[in-house]
Design a protein around this ligand. Structure first.
Ligand code: NAD
Length: 490
């Protein structure tokens, strides 16, 4: 592997202070693919100090926005140039198909390009002043030192949503990938160095959440925390971040409803219901794992899903015909198994799957069969909890109102979908569904100019779009009196 396999702190590639390392394994066969430094609080502190100095000396924040944008654009170009290598690394590390990783790399380059273009488009605005002979203007400035923490499911994609806007707006940063999927983060730091990101501006620390992640969240030299991951971790970070009232952006999980009306185009709805869940073995925050199907087509719809699911090809992400790879780790596989067991105990019916595959070729990998649960009700844990695996639960509804109520019966509010050919009905449902994204006759489509984030416990703030840029800025009002006079008040 032609990678530095080190941390990147203050413009230097470094081992962990402790000298400790962690082995990274391929979830398809458990082979060791790399050994990387296992940093701890002391490495995080060194990176925070570097980012603080790089912000406080003012050089990066005062670099013309057009120049910062040009550097971010170069990163996009280098990602395109090295797309095959990046896609290969991502698939090795996560087990997802290389075809999917290639798609991720296209999306990632698009994210860097989008924020590069936005870099010099906000010169502030003049606002009306109530005082004659005065100027009142609103400007945006970088927040400062940003801590960024990413999950293992879409490692570099999630990182790109944070790195690109933070750099474009003149912040400095420390990013910590999930400890089990650091490889594409390392590669992109090589590309950022090549693109000319100055020393100290962007720092990469590798290691565990409860050491490095906790330090980033609680250190008073960090001004903002942007976190993508699970709800339990998100709550811990909120608490830790209160120490200096850090700005917070949280992208947490989802248990996302997908409502199928009887008047939808049947074949398209079946196809999209599958696509909405089984990419990357269902390990997607926005997976449409909660199908809510109109009673009159329920049985036919479930049968069609089951027939398609039985034909899925599981295997190595590097085989051209593989449709679904393994889950990320033994620990996660065990969690998914427990989640399914709970569903069975609560009375849901396994229509297909519900166990590990028996194929001898898959025994070394963390595989789980694509699973569909029927006879589900809202009180079941499989309907309420995020399984984060290849699992769909199916509920029935009779009326539009019931469909909306079921969709909203959740602590989450990340995303949802509606399939129908009645456009007015679709718009009525979209208006009432309490979530950050609603897709109509579509599921799981992202693009850089549309904001992404959750209602309710799915998070705080937005990534992507103009709002994703604004998260990394403070807003300042500057008022100037051009003709000051004594007030004679006192
Ligand atoms: P996780 O919460 O276990 O870990 C996420 C990151 O947080 C990792 O880097 C981890 O090391 C770190 N971390 C763990 N404990 C920490 C602590 N105490 N302080 C600070 N950081 C800590 O999540 P995961 O298992 O890696 O990812 C899966 C979760 O991510 C799912 O719940 C999924 O829905 C969510 N996710 C959400 C989105 C979104 O856009 N809303 C996108 C992708 C994933």
């Amino acid at each position: 592997m032609n990678l530095k396999l080190q941390q990147y702190i203050n413009g230097k590639w470094v081992e962990a202070n402790s000298g400790n390392t962690r082995t990274i394994i391929n979830p398809f066969n458990q082979e060791v693919i790399a050994s990387v430094p296992e940093g701890d609080e002391s490495d995080a502190k060194a990176a925070i100090a570097a980012a603080r100095e790089a912000f406080d000396n003012g050089e990066w924040a005062s670099t013309p926005a057009t120049e910062r944008g040009a550097i971010v654009r170069k990163i996009a170009e280098f990602i395109e140039r090295d797309k095959e290598e990046l896609a290969h690394l991502e698939s090795l590390d996560t087990g997802k198909t290389v075809e999917e990783s290639r798609g991720d790399m296209d999306d990632i380059a698009g994210v860097f390009r989008y924020f590069a273009e936005l870099a010099d488009k906000d010169g502030g605005e003049l606002i009306d002043s109530p005082v004659p002979n005065s100027i009142s203007k609103v400007v945006r400035e970088p927040v400062g030192v940003c801590g960024q923490i990413t999950p293992w499911n879409y490692p570099l994609l999630q990182a790109s949503w944070k790195l690109a806007p933070a750099l474009a707006t003149g912040n400095t940063l420390i990013i910590k990938p999930s400890e089990i999927t650091p490889l594409t983060h390392i590669k992109v730091f090589e590309l950022m160095e090549e693109a000319g990101v100055p020393a100290g501006v962007a720092n990469l620390v590798l290691g565990a959440g409860d050491t490095i992640g906790a330090e980033l969240s609680s250190n008073t030299d960090v001004d903002l925390i942007s976190f993508t991951g699970g709800i339990v971790t998100g709550k811990k970070i909120m608490q830790a971040a209160s120490v200096n009232v850090k700005k917070l952006a949280l992208e947490l999980g989802g248990k996302n409803p997908n409502v199928i009306f009887a008047d939808a185009d049947f074949d398209i709805a079946v196809d999209q219901a599958l696509n909405g869940v089984f990419f990357h073995a269902g390990q997607i925050c926005s997976a449409g794992t909660r199908l809510i199907v109109e009673e009159s087509i329920h049985d036919e719809f479930v049968n069609a899903l089951v027939e398609r699911v039985k034909k899925f090809k599981l295997g190595s992400g590097f085989n051209e015909d593989t449709q679904m790879g393994p889950l990320i780790s033994a620990e996660h596989l065990a969690k998914v198994e427990k989640y399914v067991e709970a569903g069975v105990q609560e009375g849901a019916t396994v229509a297909v799957g519900g166990k590990r595959p028996e194929d001898p070729e898959l025994q070394k990998g963390f595989f789980y069969l694509p699973t569909i649960f029927t006879d589900c009700t809202t009180d079941m844990s499989v309907v309420q909890d995020e399984g984060f695996g290849p699992i769909i639960t199916v509920e029935k509804f009779r009326t539009e109102e019931e469909a909306v109520n079921l969709s909203n019966d959740s602590i989450y509010g990340l995303a949802g979908g509606v399939f129908t050919n009645d456009i007015a009905k679709a718009e009525r449902c979209a208006a009432k569904m309490r979530m950050g994204t609603v897709w109509i006759n579509e599921f799981n489509l992202y693009f850089p100019h549309a904001p992404w984030g959750g209602y309710k416990q799915s998070g705080i703030g937005r990534e992507l779009g103009k709002l994703g840029m604004e998260e990394y800025t403070e807003t300042k009002h500057i008022f100037q009196n051009l003709k000051p006079e004594t007030l004679n008040w006192f």
